[in-house]
Unconditional design. Structure first.
Lengths: 242, 400
């Protein structure tokens, strides 16, 4: 089976701010849920350009469509209308297997609910990020160790996930999201389950990641958190309003 | 856009499947218990069948190996010309013979006893004293006749014949009269069982040479359907059967037919086949139920682990990777369940056999095949849950 491969131009270290072509480009994107009436229109005519190396916050009330937009950006869901290009490649025409690989090579995901596997250790959880992209064991171990140090979790590497605090879980989830060197980190309410101090630590890690050249798109309903990113947009009733 | 091939790390997938099974022992045990019970019931059922079958075989083998019947195949001469008076002694000289003697029928006659008035029609049968021993007959009351009484007017009653005559207890002076023959015999015993000669249960059994003393029913020559019943020691019936014709009728041994009862052998096979069919049916049903148990447990696990499935999709897992992951887990649970089932089944079988004082019999191949069967059932049972897992929309599961 042929599979897609993200070009070197998309790698985090090679991104250039002056590149005319946006990394992610949505044009007239719609998302309608339901096979028959009454349909639920989650997104309407969304136009969005995300340059490489930028950081963006998506704000909005519950049910406004911000998580739906993030899922479409991360290729976890498909739009029902419009165009979505990644580095100029139209994704709406790609087969499922190609989308699986493009998703894995382009994006890292961080979730409000962490979505860590409880029966794995911290180290195993981070390495799990490359389960479907085989790497030599020593490379995988070195990379996981490097990332655990970056997020301050190296001392807990042998702990089972079920024994971690919320902040530790989110740090582990961030390390897992970065283990495949994603071009874009997608974070859905990453501080929603954390106290203020722990949330600040997590946002500091995000700043560091963006400084390393990784794009960040973060869904949040907290204006103060949104101000930590370069740009902010607001979704209302499925439409980008600001 | 360039293209290349990426590869899943199957060692990691297996490790994660193993961790999912080993690090949640409670859930894994609950899921594997279906297979464990299925395998245990399978082994107990099959083992019990084989143990019972072994006992039946032993019983049938004993009958088949020890009972011989000799007949005159031509029937054109008197019975006593074929089987002389000293038949019991001739037969007893053959190595391996326990006992043997003649048996012939005297027809049905009206019988009445000295104790009660009504007449009853009963078959009259003549036997040598050793014939009863050869049949394995047992006495309920009184005694059987001896060789010394062979020419005396003494008789025994089969248990059903005694009931028909209304005799419940044996009195010392109890006699029977064969009314149309005007002959009388002293009843010296009532049979509890006629052993392999069940027809004697309904008969008046008369000493062989008593016909002389009984007057008009005294008949010589003997009827041509006279036969000889021989009981041998275990394992020598075939050899004894070969020697009997020459010993009994050395001038014309070919006219004698020797029967090693074939029926018990066929019956043994039929009973064993029925037991096997029953056992495999019940055992297969139990395995099916075990498999369905695993399937429902795994469907529940798929529901509970939908977030993990969505996460795996987000990090690049294709649907086939999700399917394989759950199949591996199903296989592991199947093998674990089978191992537990083998231990439980073997112990249960030993216990059941010990309670019944039987030797447990179980084909050891079943023990070796059990983990393979468990693996196959685990994989089959996990297939539907795995396909369900692969069809989960990751966006929906990750939203929560």
């Amino acid at each position: 089976m042929e599979e897609l491969h993200v070009t070197p131009a998309l790698s985090a270290s090679a991104q250039a701010p002056a590149r005319p072509q946006p990394l992610l480009s949505l044009t007239g994107v719609e998302k309608i849920f339901g096979a028959k009436e009454p349909f639920v229109r989650a997104l309407s005519s969304v136009d969005l350009q995300v340059p490489a190396g930028s950081s963006l916050s998506i704000m909005g009330r519950s049910g406004s469509g911000k998580s739906t937009l993030l899922n479409i950006l991360g290729l976890l869901d498909a739009p029902t209308g419009g165009s979505y290009k990644i580095n100029g490649v139209e994704t709406t025409q790609l087969k499922s297997s190609h989308l699986d690989q493009l998703r894995a090579e382009t994006f890292g995901f961080v979730f409000q609910a962490f979505h860590l596997v409880p029966y794995l250790t911290v180290q195993e959880s981070v390495e799990m990020g490359v389960t479907y992209h085989k790497q030599p064991k020593h490379e995988r171990r070195d990379k996981a160790a490097e990332l655990l140090e970056k997020v301050g979790m190296e001392h807990r590497k042998d702990a089972l996930i079920s024994t971690l605090s919320g902040g530790e879980k989110q740090r582990t989830a961030i390390a897992r999201a970065l283990v495949r060197n994603p071009v874009v980190l997608l974070a859905d309410e990453p501080t929603g389950n954390l106290d203020e101090s722990t949330a600040s630590d997590v946002l500091d890690i995000f700043d560091s990641i963006v400084n390393d050249g990784v794009s960040l798109i973060m869904v949040t309903h907290d204006p103060q958190t949104a101000l930590r990113t370069h740009e902010q947009i607001v979704i209302r009733d499925g439409m980008v309003s600001a | 856009m360039s293209r290349n091939r990426s590869h899943a790390d199957w060692a990691m997938i297996f490790h994660q499947s193993f961790a999912a099974t080993a690090r949640r022992p409670g859930r894994s045990a609950a899921t594997a218990v279906g297979i464990a019970l299925g395998i245990a019931v399978f082994l107990v059922t099959v083992g019990w069948s084989q143990t019972v079958g072994s006992q039946i075989n032993q019983t049938f083998d004993e009958l088949a190996a020890t009972k011989i019947v000799v007949n005159d195949t031509q029937g054109d001469i008197a019975g006593d010309q074929v089987f002389p008076t000293n038949t019991s002694q001739i037969v007893a000289q053959i190595p391996g013979v326990v006992a043997g003697g003649r048996l012939w029928g005297g027809g049905t006659s009206a019988i009445k006893t000295s104790a009660v008035a009504p007449e009853v029609d009963l078959p009259v049968t003549f036997v040598d004293p050793d014939t009863l021993q050869a049949a394995g007959a047992t006495i309920a009351s009184g005694r059987t006749f001896t060789n010394a009484e062979s020419d005396q007017p003494v008789a025994l009653l089969g248990k059903n014949a005694a009931l028909a005559l209304g005799i419940t207890t044996l009195r010392p002076d109890l006699t029977v009269e064969i009314t149309n023959q005007h002959t009388r015999a002293l009843i010296i015993g009532i049979l509890e069982s006629a052993g392999s000669l069940s027809q004697l249960d309904h008969a008046l059994i008369v000493a062989p040479n008593a016909p002389v003393a009984l007057g008009t029913i005294a008949s010589s020559p003997l009827p041509s359907d006279t036969s000889v019943i021989v009981r041998t020691e275990l394992g020598v019936a075939v050899q004894v059967a070969k020697k009997l014709p020459m010993a009994l009728l050395p001038n014309d041994p070919e006219r004698l037919g020797v029967l090693l009862p074939p029926e018990p052998v066929a019956l043994r096979g039929n009973v064993q086949n029925s037991l096997d069919t029953l056992a495999f049916g019940a055992a297969s049903l139990s395995l099916l139920i075990g498999g369905i148990g695993i399937m429902y447990s795994m469907l529940n696990a798929v529901s509970q682990r939908s977030g993990e499935i969505g996460l795996r999709r987000s990090i690049g897992a294709a649907r086939r990777h999700i399917v394989v992951q759950f199949l591996i887990e199903g296989a592991l649970l199947g093998v674990i369940g089978a191992i537990i089932g083998v231990i439980a089944g073997e112990l249960s079988l030993l216990l059941l056999a010990a309670v019944n004082s039987w030797n447990p019999v179980l084909d050891r191949r079943y023990l070796g095949f059990a983990p393979i069967v468990g693996l196959l059932i685990g994989v089959l049972a996990a297939l539907y849950p795995a396909l369900r897992a692969a069809s989960i929309n990751p966006a929906e599961t990750l939203r929560s």
